[in-house]
Design a protein around this ligand. Structure first.
Ligand code: ACM
Ligand code: ZN
Length: 590
Protein backbone atom coordinates (compact mmCIF):
# COMPACT_ATOMS: atom_id res chain seq x y z
CA UNK A 1 0.00 0.00 0.00
CA UNK A 2 1.22 3.53 -0.76
CA UNK A 3 2.38 5.63 2.15
CA UNK A 4 -0.27 8.36 1.75
CA UNK A 5 -3.02 5.85 1.96
CA UNK A 6 -1.69 3.89 4.89
CA UNK A 7 -1.21 7.05 6.93
CA UNK A 8 -4.73 8.32 6.45
CA UNK A 9 -6.29 4.89 6.12
CA UNK A 10 -9.22 6.42 4.32
CA UNK A 11 -10.52 5.19 1.01
CA UNK A 12 -12.05 8.53 0.06
CA UNK A 13 -8.81 10.27 0.73
CA UNK A 14 -6.96 7.75 -1.46
CA UNK A 15 -9.30 8.36 -4.34
CA UNK A 16 -8.94 12.11 -3.91
CA UNK A 17 -5.18 11.73 -4.00
CA UNK A 18 -5.37 9.61 -7.09
CA UNK A 19 -7.64 12.02 -8.96
CA UNK A 20 -5.34 14.89 -8.10
CA UNK A 21 -2.33 12.97 -9.25
CA UNK A 22 -4.00 11.82 -12.43
CA UNK A 23 -5.81 15.13 -12.83
CA UNK A 24 -9.10 13.37 -13.22
CA UNK A 25 -12.46 14.24 -11.82
CA UNK A 26 -14.18 11.73 -9.52
CA UNK A 27 -16.82 11.26 -12.23
CA UNK A 28 -14.26 10.25 -14.81
CA UNK A 29 -12.51 8.00 -12.35
CA UNK A 30 -15.77 6.24 -11.64
CA UNK A 31 -16.32 5.80 -15.36
CA UNK A 32 -12.89 4.19 -15.82
CA UNK A 33 -13.54 1.98 -12.79
CA UNK A 34 -16.91 0.83 -14.26
CA UNK A 35 -15.26 0.03 -17.58
CA UNK A 36 -12.65 -2.02 -15.78
CA UNK A 37 -15.33 -3.93 -13.83
CA UNK A 38 -17.34 -4.69 -16.97
CA UNK A 39 -14.20 -5.79 -18.79
CA UNK A 40 -13.31 -8.18 -15.95
CA UNK A 41 -16.90 -9.51 -15.87
CA UNK A 42 -17.07 -9.90 -19.63
CA UNK A 43 -13.87 -11.86 -19.69
CA UNK A 44 -15.12 -14.03 -16.82
CA UNK A 45 -17.84 -15.71 -18.92
CA UNK A 46 -16.85 -19.16 -17.87
CA UNK A 47 -18.41 -22.59 -18.15
CA UNK A 48 -19.15 -24.59 -14.99
CA UNK A 49 -19.77 -28.33 -14.99
CA UNK A 50 -21.74 -28.39 -11.70
CA UNK A 51 -24.96 -29.19 -13.49
CA UNK A 52 -28.24 -31.04 -12.80
CA UNK A 53 -28.40 -33.99 -13.06
CA UNK A 54 -24.79 -34.41 -12.04
CA UNK A 55 -22.80 -36.45 -14.58
CA UNK A 56 -21.30 -39.73 -13.48
CA UNK A 57 -17.69 -38.53 -13.60
CA UNK A 58 -16.26 -35.03 -14.12
CA UNK A 59 -12.49 -34.56 -14.21
CA UNK A 60 -11.86 -30.85 -14.64
CA UNK A 61 -8.65 -28.82 -14.76
CA UNK A 62 -9.72 -25.29 -13.92
CA UNK A 63 -6.25 -23.86 -14.61
CA UNK A 64 -6.56 -24.32 -18.37
CA UNK A 65 -9.25 -23.11 -20.71
CA UNK A 66 -10.50 -23.47 -24.23
CA UNK A 67 -12.02 -20.25 -25.54
CA UNK A 68 -15.12 -20.56 -27.66
CA UNK A 69 -15.78 -17.57 -29.89
CA UNK A 70 -18.35 -16.54 -32.48
CA UNK A 71 -17.81 -17.98 -35.95
CA UNK A 72 -16.30 -21.25 -34.75
CA UNK A 73 -17.74 -24.42 -36.23
CA UNK A 74 -19.68 -27.39 -34.86
CA UNK A 75 -18.84 -30.45 -36.90
CA UNK A 76 -21.42 -33.18 -37.15
CA UNK A 77 -21.02 -36.68 -38.49
CA UNK A 78 -21.84 -36.29 -42.18
CA UNK A 79 -22.95 -39.93 -42.37
CA UNK A 80 -25.56 -39.42 -39.68
CA UNK A 81 -28.45 -37.00 -40.14
CA UNK A 82 -29.35 -37.13 -36.45
CA UNK A 83 -25.95 -35.75 -35.51
CA UNK A 84 -26.57 -32.77 -37.85
CA UNK A 85 -29.85 -32.09 -36.04
CA UNK A 86 -28.15 -32.32 -32.64
CA UNK A 87 -25.44 -29.92 -33.83
CA UNK A 88 -28.21 -27.52 -34.84
CA UNK A 89 -29.76 -27.79 -31.34
CA UNK A 90 -26.39 -26.96 -29.84
CA UNK A 91 -25.98 -24.02 -32.18
CA UNK A 92 -29.36 -22.64 -31.05
CA UNK A 93 -28.63 -23.15 -27.35
CA UNK A 94 -25.23 -21.43 -27.52
CA UNK A 95 -26.82 -18.52 -29.36
CA UNK A 96 -29.63 -18.30 -26.77
CA UNK A 97 -27.26 -18.46 -23.80
CA UNK A 98 -24.48 -16.20 -24.97
CA UNK A 99 -25.35 -14.72 -28.32
CA UNK A 100 -22.43 -16.59 -29.87
CA UNK A 101 -23.11 -17.57 -33.46
CA UNK A 102 -21.46 -20.88 -34.28
CA UNK A 103 -21.42 -22.42 -37.75
CA UNK A 104 -22.47 -25.96 -38.71
CA UNK A 105 -20.08 -27.98 -40.81
CA UNK A 106 -19.47 -31.59 -41.79
CA UNK A 107 -15.72 -30.80 -41.87
CA UNK A 108 -14.39 -32.22 -38.60
CA UNK A 109 -10.82 -31.03 -39.15
CA UNK A 110 -11.61 -27.34 -39.09
CA UNK A 111 -14.13 -27.35 -36.27
CA UNK A 112 -13.33 -26.90 -32.59
CA UNK A 113 -16.61 -28.59 -31.57
CA UNK A 114 -16.97 -32.09 -32.88
CA UNK A 115 -19.77 -34.63 -32.52
CA UNK A 116 -18.50 -38.12 -33.21
CA UNK A 117 -20.20 -41.50 -33.18
CA UNK A 118 -17.90 -44.22 -31.90
CA UNK A 119 -18.21 -48.01 -32.05
CA UNK A 120 -18.25 -49.79 -28.71
CA UNK A 121 -15.02 -51.64 -27.94
CA UNK A 122 -15.23 -55.32 -28.81
CA UNK A 123 -13.89 -58.07 -26.59
CA UNK A 124 -12.29 -60.21 -29.32
CA UNK A 125 -11.93 -59.47 -33.02
CA UNK A 126 -14.30 -62.26 -33.98
CA UNK A 127 -16.79 -61.70 -31.16
CA UNK A 128 -20.22 -60.46 -32.23
CA UNK A 129 -20.77 -56.98 -30.79
CA UNK A 130 -23.11 -57.15 -27.80
CA UNK A 131 -26.35 -55.18 -28.06
CA UNK A 132 -26.11 -51.90 -26.19
CA UNK A 133 -28.23 -51.36 -23.11
CA UNK A 134 -30.49 -48.29 -23.07
CA UNK A 135 -28.07 -46.67 -20.61
CA UNK A 136 -25.13 -47.31 -22.96
CA UNK A 137 -27.11 -45.84 -25.85
CA UNK A 138 -27.44 -42.62 -23.84
CA UNK A 139 -23.86 -42.61 -22.53
CA UNK A 140 -21.26 -40.15 -23.81
CA UNK A 141 -17.85 -38.64 -23.25
CA UNK A 142 -17.37 -34.89 -23.44
CA UNK A 143 -13.80 -33.62 -23.53
CA UNK A 144 -12.60 -30.04 -23.51
CA UNK A 145 -8.92 -29.57 -24.31
CA UNK A 146 -6.64 -27.24 -26.20
CA UNK A 147 -8.07 -28.30 -29.57
CA UNK A 148 -11.66 -27.72 -28.54
CA UNK A 149 -14.69 -29.73 -27.50
CA UNK A 150 -15.10 -33.35 -28.51
CA UNK A 151 -18.38 -35.15 -27.86
CA UNK A 152 -18.32 -38.84 -28.48
CA UNK A 153 -21.10 -41.41 -28.07
CA UNK A 154 -22.19 -44.82 -29.38
CA UNK A 155 -25.56 -43.51 -30.51
CA UNK A 156 -27.13 -40.15 -31.39
CA UNK A 157 -29.07 -40.35 -28.10
CA UNK A 158 -25.74 -40.05 -26.28
CA UNK A 159 -24.69 -37.10 -28.44
CA UNK A 160 -27.96 -35.39 -27.55
CA UNK A 161 -27.55 -35.93 -23.79
CA UNK A 162 -23.99 -34.56 -24.09
CA UNK A 163 -25.21 -31.51 -25.97
CA UNK A 164 -27.66 -30.82 -23.11
CA UNK A 165 -24.78 -31.16 -20.64
CA UNK A 166 -22.73 -28.63 -22.58
CA UNK A 167 -25.73 -26.30 -22.74
CA UNK A 168 -26.20 -26.49 -18.96
CA UNK A 169 -22.49 -25.92 -18.37
CA UNK A 170 -22.50 -22.62 -20.24
CA UNK A 171 -23.35 -19.45 -18.35
CA UNK A 172 -26.94 -18.46 -19.07
CA UNK A 173 -26.28 -14.86 -18.19
CA UNK A 174 -28.43 -13.31 -20.85
CA UNK A 175 -25.55 -10.96 -21.65
CA UNK A 176 -24.16 -11.03 -25.16
CA UNK A 177 -20.61 -12.25 -25.14
CA UNK A 178 -17.87 -12.49 -27.70
CA UNK A 179 -16.39 -15.55 -26.12
CA UNK A 180 -16.73 -18.06 -23.32
CA UNK A 181 -13.98 -19.91 -21.51
CA UNK A 182 -14.40 -23.60 -20.88
CA UNK A 183 -12.12 -25.22 -18.30
CA UNK A 184 -10.45 -28.35 -19.60
CA UNK A 185 -12.51 -31.38 -18.61
CA UNK A 186 -13.32 -34.99 -19.31
CA UNK A 187 -16.94 -35.89 -18.52
CA UNK A 188 -17.87 -39.54 -18.69
CA UNK A 189 -21.58 -39.98 -18.25
CA UNK A 190 -24.27 -42.63 -18.30
CA UNK A 191 -27.73 -42.63 -16.68
CA UNK A 192 -28.43 -44.96 -13.77
CA UNK A 193 -31.86 -46.07 -14.98
CA UNK A 194 -33.12 -46.91 -18.46
CA UNK A 195 -36.65 -45.55 -17.80
CA UNK A 196 -36.78 -41.92 -16.64
CA UNK A 197 -40.35 -40.77 -16.98
CA UNK A 198 -42.78 -37.93 -16.41
CA UNK A 199 -46.58 -38.33 -16.60
CA UNK A 200 -48.85 -35.52 -17.71
CA UNK A 201 -52.56 -36.04 -17.13
CA UNK A 202 -54.34 -34.52 -20.12
CA UNK A 203 -57.66 -36.18 -19.18
CA UNK A 204 -58.66 -33.98 -16.24
CA UNK A 205 -57.41 -30.91 -18.04
CA UNK A 206 -56.48 -30.59 -21.68
CA UNK A 207 -53.10 -29.12 -22.62
CA UNK A 208 -52.29 -27.83 -26.09
CA UNK A 209 -49.75 -29.50 -28.38
CA UNK A 210 -47.73 -26.30 -28.14
CA UNK A 211 -47.51 -26.69 -24.36
CA UNK A 212 -46.71 -30.38 -24.62
CA UNK A 213 -43.72 -29.48 -26.80
CA UNK A 214 -42.53 -27.06 -24.13
CA UNK A 215 -43.06 -29.80 -21.52
CA UNK A 216 -40.91 -32.15 -23.65
CA UNK A 217 -38.17 -29.51 -23.91
CA UNK A 218 -38.15 -29.23 -20.13
CA UNK A 219 -38.03 -33.03 -19.80
CA UNK A 220 -35.08 -33.21 -22.20
CA UNK A 221 -33.25 -30.54 -20.21
CA UNK A 222 -33.45 -32.89 -17.21
CA UNK A 223 -32.35 -36.00 -19.11
CA UNK A 224 -35.79 -37.66 -19.01
CA UNK A 225 -36.56 -40.14 -21.77
CA UNK A 226 -40.18 -41.32 -21.30
CA UNK A 227 -43.24 -39.08 -21.64
CA UNK A 228 -46.21 -40.92 -20.15
CA UNK A 229 -49.20 -39.34 -21.84
CA UNK A 230 -52.36 -39.98 -19.81
CA UNK A 231 -54.92 -39.62 -22.58
CA UNK A 232 -58.23 -40.84 -21.20
CA UNK A 233 -60.15 -40.16 -18.03
CA UNK A 234 -63.64 -40.20 -16.55
CA UNK A 235 -63.64 -36.43 -17.13
CA UNK A 236 -62.55 -36.47 -20.78
CA UNK A 237 -61.44 -38.69 -23.68
CA UNK A 238 -58.56 -37.01 -25.49
CA UNK A 239 -57.42 -39.44 -28.22
CA UNK A 240 -59.06 -39.51 -31.65
CA UNK A 241 -60.11 -43.03 -32.66
CA UNK A 242 -60.95 -42.92 -36.35
CA UNK A 243 -63.15 -46.01 -36.28
CA UNK A 244 -65.16 -44.51 -33.40
CA UNK A 245 -65.39 -40.78 -34.23
CA UNK A 246 -67.93 -39.97 -31.49
CA UNK A 247 -65.57 -41.20 -28.81
CA UNK A 248 -63.37 -38.09 -28.94
CA UNK A 249 -66.03 -35.74 -30.33
CA UNK A 250 -68.56 -36.40 -27.57
CA UNK A 251 -66.43 -38.09 -24.92
CA UNK A 252 -63.99 -35.18 -24.69
CA UNK A 253 -66.58 -32.70 -23.43
CA UNK A 254 -67.86 -32.41 -19.89
CA UNK A 255 -70.74 -30.07 -19.22
CA UNK A 256 -69.15 -28.36 -16.24
CA UNK A 257 -66.40 -28.78 -13.66
CA UNK A 258 -66.61 -29.00 -9.89
CA UNK A 259 -65.03 -26.14 -7.97
CA UNK A 260 -63.64 -26.91 -4.53
CA UNK A 261 -64.46 -30.01 -2.48
CA UNK A 262 -66.81 -32.47 -4.25
CA UNK A 263 -69.30 -32.60 -1.37
CA UNK A 264 -70.07 -28.89 -1.77
CA UNK A 265 -71.50 -29.44 -5.25
CA UNK A 266 -70.35 -26.10 -6.61
CA UNK A 267 -69.72 -26.02 -10.36
CA UNK A 268 -68.40 -23.50 -12.85
CA UNK A 269 -71.20 -24.31 -15.32
CA UNK A 270 -68.79 -23.94 -18.25
CA UNK A 271 -68.50 -26.80 -20.79
CA UNK A 272 -64.90 -27.99 -21.03
CA UNK A 273 -63.25 -30.08 -23.73
CA UNK A 274 -60.50 -30.78 -26.21
CA UNK A 275 -58.86 -33.78 -27.84
CA UNK A 276 -55.81 -34.62 -29.92
CA UNK A 277 -56.18 -35.69 -33.52
CA UNK A 278 -54.00 -38.59 -34.59
CA UNK A 279 -51.99 -36.14 -36.70
CA UNK A 280 -51.29 -34.06 -33.60
CA UNK A 281 -50.30 -37.17 -31.65
CA UNK A 282 -47.85 -38.10 -34.42
CA UNK A 283 -46.43 -34.58 -34.27
CA UNK A 284 -45.85 -35.01 -30.52
CA UNK A 285 -44.20 -38.40 -31.12
CA UNK A 286 -41.90 -36.85 -33.74
CA UNK A 287 -41.00 -33.86 -31.57
CA UNK A 288 -40.30 -36.13 -28.60
CA UNK A 289 -38.19 -38.53 -30.69
CA UNK A 290 -35.97 -35.66 -31.79
CA UNK A 291 -35.24 -35.16 -28.11
CA UNK A 292 -34.74 -38.92 -27.54
CA UNK A 293 -37.95 -39.19 -25.57
CA UNK A 294 -40.35 -42.07 -26.09
CA UNK A 295 -44.06 -41.34 -25.75
CA UNK A 296 -45.87 -43.96 -23.66
CA UNK A 297 -49.60 -43.51 -24.33
CA UNK A 298 -52.11 -44.56 -21.69
CA UNK A 299 -55.69 -45.60 -22.20
CA UNK A 300 -56.83 -46.30 -18.66
CA UNK A 301 -59.15 -49.32 -18.42
CA UNK A 302 -61.42 -50.90 -17.24
CA UNK A 303 -61.92 -48.14 -14.64
CA UNK A 304 -61.65 -44.39 -15.29
CA UNK A 305 -63.79 -44.95 -18.40
CA UNK A 306 -66.87 -42.82 -17.78
CA UNK A 307 -66.16 -40.57 -20.76
CA UNK A 308 -66.24 -43.65 -23.04
CA UNK A 309 -69.38 -44.94 -21.29
CA UNK A 310 -71.04 -41.62 -22.04
CA UNK A 311 -70.62 -42.37 -25.76
CA UNK A 312 -71.16 -46.14 -25.53
CA UNK A 313 -73.48 -46.80 -22.57
CA UNK A 314 -73.89 -50.40 -23.75
CA UNK A 315 -70.34 -51.01 -22.46
CA UNK A 316 -71.36 -50.32 -18.84
CA UNK A 317 -72.85 -52.92 -16.51
CA UNK A 318 -76.01 -50.89 -15.84
CA UNK A 319 -76.58 -49.53 -19.36
CA UNK A 320 -76.36 -45.88 -18.27
CA UNK A 321 -76.94 -43.12 -19.15
CA UNK A 322 -73.54 -41.86 -18.03
CA UNK A 323 -72.41 -38.23 -18.20
CA UNK A 324 -68.76 -37.40 -18.82
CA UNK A 325 -67.71 -36.99 -15.18
CA UNK A 326 -67.83 -33.47 -13.75
CA UNK A 327 -66.31 -34.31 -10.35
CA UNK A 328 -62.95 -35.79 -9.37
CA UNK A 329 -62.49 -39.12 -7.62
CA UNK A 330 -63.01 -42.81 -8.26
CA UNK A 331 -66.18 -43.66 -10.23
CA UNK A 332 -68.27 -46.77 -9.65
CA UNK A 333 -69.21 -47.13 -13.30
CA UNK A 334 -66.54 -48.94 -15.26
CA UNK A 335 -66.40 -51.05 -18.43
CA UNK A 336 -68.46 -54.23 -18.13
CA UNK A 337 -66.04 -57.15 -17.75
CA UNK A 338 -68.52 -59.71 -19.07
CA UNK A 339 -69.65 -58.02 -22.26
CA UNK A 340 -67.73 -59.31 -25.33
CA UNK A 341 -68.21 -55.88 -26.92
CA UNK A 342 -65.87 -54.46 -24.26
CA UNK A 343 -62.94 -56.43 -25.67
CA UNK A 344 -63.88 -55.48 -29.24
CA UNK A 345 -63.95 -51.83 -28.19
CA UNK A 346 -60.59 -52.07 -26.42
CA UNK A 347 -58.93 -53.80 -29.36
CA UNK A 348 -60.16 -51.08 -31.72
CA UNK A 349 -58.79 -48.37 -29.42
CA UNK A 350 -55.47 -50.07 -28.65
CA UNK A 351 -55.06 -50.99 -32.33
CA UNK A 352 -55.24 -47.34 -33.38
CA UNK A 353 -53.05 -46.37 -30.44
CA UNK A 354 -50.36 -48.72 -31.82
CA UNK A 355 -50.76 -47.19 -35.29
CA UNK A 356 -49.94 -43.75 -33.89
CA UNK A 357 -47.47 -44.48 -31.08
CA UNK A 358 -44.39 -46.60 -31.86
CA UNK A 359 -43.62 -47.02 -28.13
CA UNK A 360 -42.46 -50.48 -27.02
CA UNK A 361 -44.69 -49.94 -23.96
CA UNK A 362 -48.42 -49.27 -23.99
CA UNK A 363 -49.98 -48.27 -20.66
CA UNK A 364 -53.31 -49.96 -20.01
CA UNK A 365 -54.09 -48.22 -16.70
CA UNK A 366 -55.79 -50.75 -14.46
CA UNK A 367 -55.98 -48.56 -11.35
CA UNK A 368 -58.96 -47.68 -9.19
CA UNK A 369 -61.51 -50.02 -10.72
CA UNK A 370 -64.10 -50.72 -8.01
CA UNK A 371 -65.90 -54.01 -8.55
CA UNK A 372 -69.31 -53.14 -7.11
CA UNK A 373 -70.98 -53.14 -10.52
CA UNK A 374 -69.28 -56.36 -11.60
CA UNK A 375 -70.51 -58.14 -8.44
CA UNK A 376 -74.11 -57.43 -9.40
CA UNK A 377 -73.87 -57.59 -13.18
CA UNK A 378 -75.29 -60.79 -14.76
CA UNK A 379 -72.87 -60.54 -17.69
CA UNK A 380 -69.82 -60.14 -15.45
CA UNK A 381 -70.92 -62.98 -13.18
CA UNK A 382 -71.63 -65.24 -16.17
CA UNK A 383 -68.14 -64.57 -17.51
CA UNK A 384 -66.61 -65.33 -14.11
CA UNK A 385 -68.48 -68.64 -14.12
CA UNK A 386 -67.49 -69.44 -17.70
CA UNK A 387 -63.82 -68.82 -16.91
CA UNK A 388 -64.08 -70.80 -13.65
CA UNK A 389 -62.76 -67.89 -11.59
CA UNK A 390 -63.16 -68.12 -7.83
CA UNK A 391 -62.39 -65.79 -4.96
CA UNK A 392 -59.47 -66.77 -2.81
CA UNK A 393 -60.75 -66.23 0.74
CA UNK A 394 -57.28 -66.27 2.28
CA UNK A 395 -55.96 -63.33 0.33
CA UNK A 396 -59.22 -61.49 -0.15
CA UNK A 397 -58.97 -59.51 3.04
CA UNK A 398 -58.52 -56.07 1.61
CA UNK A 399 -62.03 -54.68 1.71
CA UNK A 400 -64.04 -57.59 0.35
CA UNK A 401 -65.05 -58.58 -3.15
CA UNK A 402 -65.88 -55.06 -4.29
CA UNK A 403 -62.34 -53.95 -3.57
CA UNK A 404 -59.62 -53.32 -6.10
CA UNK A 405 -57.33 -55.38 -3.86
CA UNK A 406 -57.31 -59.02 -2.99
CA UNK A 407 -57.69 -62.09 -5.18
CA UNK A 408 -61.43 -61.90 -5.72
CA UNK A 409 -63.09 -63.51 -8.74
CA UNK A 410 -63.80 -59.98 -10.00
CA UNK A 411 -60.15 -58.95 -9.79
CA UNK A 412 -59.25 -62.13 -11.65
CA UNK A 413 -61.74 -61.09 -14.33
CA UNK A 414 -59.75 -57.87 -14.68
CA UNK A 415 -56.64 -60.00 -15.12
CA UNK A 416 -58.47 -61.92 -17.87
CA UNK A 417 -59.07 -58.63 -19.72
CA UNK A 418 -55.44 -57.61 -19.18
CA UNK A 419 -54.37 -60.95 -20.61
CA UNK A 420 -56.49 -60.50 -23.75
CA UNK A 421 -55.08 -57.00 -24.32
CA UNK A 422 -51.56 -58.13 -23.51
CA UNK A 423 -51.84 -60.82 -26.21
CA UNK A 424 -53.31 -58.35 -28.67
CA UNK A 425 -50.52 -55.83 -28.03
CA UNK A 426 -47.84 -58.55 -28.10
CA UNK A 427 -48.98 -59.34 -31.65
CA UNK A 428 -48.00 -55.72 -32.43
CA UNK A 429 -44.66 -56.13 -30.65
CA UNK A 430 -45.62 -54.16 -27.52
CA UNK A 431 -45.50 -54.79 -23.77
CA UNK A 432 -48.14 -53.60 -21.33
CA UNK A 433 -47.58 -51.36 -18.33
CA UNK A 434 -50.26 -51.24 -15.63
CA UNK A 435 -50.71 -49.46 -12.31
CA UNK A 436 -50.01 -51.68 -9.31
CA UNK A 437 -53.65 -52.78 -8.91
CA UNK A 438 -52.96 -55.23 -11.77
CA UNK A 439 -51.20 -57.38 -9.19
CA UNK A 440 -54.50 -58.11 -7.39
CA UNK A 441 -56.02 -60.63 -9.76
CA UNK A 442 -52.58 -61.99 -10.71
CA UNK A 443 -50.04 -60.51 -13.11
CA UNK A 444 -50.19 -61.49 -16.75
CA UNK A 445 -47.05 -62.96 -18.27
CA UNK A 446 -45.24 -59.88 -19.58
CA UNK A 447 -46.83 -57.09 -17.52
CA UNK A 448 -44.68 -54.22 -16.27
CA UNK A 449 -45.93 -52.81 -12.96
CA UNK A 450 -45.99 -49.10 -12.28
CA UNK A 451 -45.91 -48.88 -8.50
CA UNK A 452 -47.83 -45.83 -7.29
CA UNK A 453 -49.31 -46.76 -3.91
CA UNK A 454 -45.87 -46.72 -2.33
CA UNK A 455 -43.17 -49.18 -3.37
CA UNK A 456 -45.04 -52.28 -2.10
CA UNK A 457 -46.47 -53.22 -5.50
CA UNK A 458 -43.13 -52.72 -7.19
CA UNK A 459 -41.36 -54.89 -4.63
CA UNK A 460 -43.99 -57.65 -5.02
CA UNK A 461 -43.72 -57.53 -8.82
CA UNK A 462 -39.90 -57.59 -8.84
CA UNK A 463 -40.02 -60.63 -6.55
CA UNK A 464 -42.26 -62.26 -9.18
CA UNK A 465 -39.61 -61.39 -11.82
CA UNK A 466 -41.69 -58.70 -13.48
CA UNK A 467 -40.29 -55.42 -14.66
CA UNK A 468 -41.17 -52.41 -12.52
CA UNK A 469 -41.32 -48.64 -12.75
CA UNK A 470 -41.31 -46.92 -9.37
CA UNK A 471 -43.63 -43.96 -9.01
CA UNK A 472 -44.66 -43.97 -5.34
CA UNK A 473 -47.12 -41.20 -4.58
CA UNK A 474 -45.46 -39.88 -1.42
CA UNK A 475 -42.20 -39.27 -3.31
CA UNK A 476 -43.30 -38.77 -6.91
CA UNK A 477 -46.77 -37.14 -7.09
CA UNK A 478 -46.16 -33.54 -8.04
CA UNK A 479 -49.82 -32.59 -8.05
CA UNK A 480 -49.19 -32.28 -4.29
CA UNK A 481 -47.77 -29.08 -2.74
CA UNK A 482 -44.01 -28.64 -2.57
CA UNK A 483 -43.92 -26.13 0.30
CA UNK A 484 -45.16 -26.52 3.88
CA UNK A 485 -46.98 -23.20 3.76
CA UNK A 486 -50.08 -23.87 1.65
CA UNK A 487 -50.69 -20.14 1.38
CA UNK A 488 -47.53 -19.63 -0.68
CA UNK A 489 -48.57 -21.81 -3.60
CA UNK A 490 -51.54 -22.40 -5.90
CA UNK A 491 -54.20 -24.77 -4.62
CA UNK A 492 -53.50 -28.42 -5.46
CA UNK A 493 -54.17 -31.92 -4.15
CA UNK A 494 -53.43 -31.07 -0.58
CA UNK A 495 -53.44 -34.26 1.48
CA UNK A 496 -49.65 -34.32 1.95
CA UNK A 497 -46.54 -32.43 0.88
CA UNK A 498 -44.01 -33.72 -1.62
CA UNK A 499 -41.10 -31.37 -1.07
CA UNK A 500 -38.04 -31.23 -3.25
CA UNK A 501 -35.93 -32.80 -0.49
CA UNK A 502 -38.49 -35.59 -0.03
CA UNK A 503 -38.35 -36.42 -3.73
CA UNK A 504 -34.60 -36.22 -3.72
CA UNK A 505 -34.36 -38.75 -0.88
CA UNK A 506 -36.14 -41.51 -2.82
CA UNK A 507 -34.13 -44.68 -3.42
CA UNK A 508 -35.94 -46.75 -6.10
CA UNK A 509 -34.16 -50.06 -5.57
CA UNK A 510 -35.59 -50.47 -2.03
CA UNK A 511 -32.39 -52.25 -0.87
CA UNK A 512 -33.93 -53.21 2.46
CA UNK A 513 -36.45 -55.43 0.65
CA UNK A 514 -34.97 -56.44 -2.70
CA UNK A 515 -31.90 -58.54 -3.40
CA UNK A 516 -29.56 -57.17 -6.05
CA UNK A 517 -30.91 -59.76 -8.52
CA UNK A 518 -34.49 -58.66 -7.81
CA UNK A 519 -33.60 -55.00 -8.10
CA UNK A 520 -32.48 -55.63 -11.69
CA UNK A 521 -36.20 -55.67 -12.53
CA UNK A 522 -36.55 -51.99 -11.58
CA UNK A 523 -36.42 -50.23 -14.94
CA UNK A 524 -36.57 -46.76 -13.47
CA UNK A 525 -38.57 -43.99 -11.91
CA UNK A 526 -41.37 -41.66 -12.92
CA UNK A 527 -42.88 -38.48 -11.52
CA UNK A 528 -46.60 -37.90 -12.11
CA UNK A 529 -48.43 -34.66 -12.70
CA UNK A 530 -52.15 -35.26 -12.19
CA UNK A 531 -54.22 -32.28 -13.15
CA UNK A 532 -57.51 -32.23 -11.25
CA UNK A 533 -56.41 -28.89 -9.82
CA UNK A 534 -53.95 -27.88 -12.53
CA UNK A 535 -55.74 -26.26 -15.44
CA UNK A 536 -53.10 -23.97 -16.94
CA UNK A 537 -49.61 -24.43 -18.42
CA UNK A 538 -47.98 -22.00 -15.98
CA UNK A 539 -49.42 -23.89 -13.03
CA UNK A 540 -48.28 -27.22 -14.51
CA UNK A 541 -44.73 -25.88 -14.83
CA UNK A 542 -44.86 -24.51 -11.29
CA UNK A 543 -45.77 -27.96 -10.00
CA UNK A 544 -43.03 -29.53 -12.11
CA UNK A 545 -40.10 -27.22 -11.36
CA UNK A 546 -37.71 -27.34 -9.75
CA UNK A 547 -38.90 -30.72 -8.44
CA UNK A 548 -38.03 -32.34 -11.76
CA UNK A 549 -34.46 -31.25 -11.04
CA UNK A 550 -34.55 -33.27 -7.82
CA UNK A 551 -36.21 -36.21 -9.54
CA UNK A 552 -33.68 -36.10 -12.38
CA UNK A 553 -30.90 -36.91 -9.92
CA UNK A 554 -32.94 -39.86 -8.59
CA UNK A 555 -33.32 -41.04 -12.17
CA UNK A 556 -29.82 -40.31 -13.45
CA UNK A 557 -27.29 -40.36 -10.59
CA UNK A 558 -25.87 -43.15 -8.51
CA UNK A 559 -26.83 -42.98 -4.81
CA UNK A 560 -23.27 -42.16 -3.67
CA UNK A 561 -23.33 -39.00 -5.83
CA UNK A 562 -26.49 -37.64 -4.25
CA UNK A 563 -26.33 -34.82 -1.69
CA UNK A 564 -29.31 -32.50 -1.30
CA UNK A 565 -27.29 -29.60 0.13
CA UNK A 566 -24.97 -29.80 -2.84
CA UNK A 567 -27.96 -30.07 -5.21
CA UNK A 568 -29.27 -26.78 -3.81
CA UNK A 569 -25.98 -25.03 -4.58
CA UNK A 570 -26.24 -26.17 -8.22
CA UNK A 571 -29.89 -25.23 -8.63
CA UNK A 572 -29.56 -21.44 -9.17
CA UNK A 573 -27.62 -22.02 -12.41
CA UNK A 574 -30.35 -24.31 -13.72
CA UNK A 575 -32.94 -21.73 -12.69
CA UNK A 576 -31.16 -19.16 -14.84
CA UNK A 577 -31.81 -21.48 -17.74
CA UNK A 578 -35.48 -21.82 -16.72
CA UNK A 579 -35.64 -18.02 -16.86
CA UNK A 580 -34.00 -18.05 -20.26
CA UNK A 581 -36.53 -20.62 -21.49
CA UNK A 582 -39.36 -18.53 -20.08
CA UNK A 583 -40.75 -21.28 -17.88
CA UNK A 584 -42.45 -20.73 -14.55
CA UNK A 585 -41.01 -22.47 -11.47
CA UNK A 586 -41.39 -22.43 -7.71
CA UNK A 587 -38.69 -20.13 -6.36
CA UNK A 588 -38.43 -21.78 -2.96
CA UNK A 589 -36.96 -25.15 -2.18
CA UNK A 590 -37.74 -27.20 0.92
C1 ACM B 1 -53.22 -43.27 -9.79
O1 ACM B 1 -52.69 -42.32 -9.20
N1 ACM B 1 -54.54 -43.51 -9.67
C2 ACM B 1 -52.46 -44.15 -10.64
ZN1 ZN C 1 -70.76 -56.13 -16.26
Amino acid sequence: MKEGCSVKNNLYFCLELLTQKLKLSMKRLFFIFSCLVSFVCASAQRANYDIIPLPKEVKADTTQFFTLTSGMGIAYDAANSESARIAAFLQTWVKEALGLQLALTPEAKKAPIRLALASPAQKGKKAKPAALTQQQKESYTLTVGKDGILISAFEPAGLFRAAETLRKSLPATGKASEHVELPFVTITDQPRFSYRGVLLDCGRHFFSVEFIKQFLDVMALHGCNQFHWHLTEDQGWRFEVKALPDLAKKGSIRERTVIGPARMNIYDNIPYGGYYTQEECREVVRYAAERYINVVPEVDMPGHMQSALHVFPNLGCTGGPYPVAVKWGVMRDVLCGGNPETLDFLKTVFGELCDVFPSPYIHIGGDECPKERWQKCPKCQAKIKELGLTSDPKTDGDGGRGSQDGRSAENKLQTFINHEIEQFLASRGRSIIGWDEILSGGLTEDAIVMSWRGTKGGVAAAKQKHRVIMSPNVFAYIDHPQLKDYGKQPRTTDSYIVSCSKMYSFEPLVPEELSSEESDYILGVQTNLWTEHVAYPEHALYQLLPRLGAMSEVQWCNPEQKDFENFKTRLPRLEKLYDKMGVVYCREVE
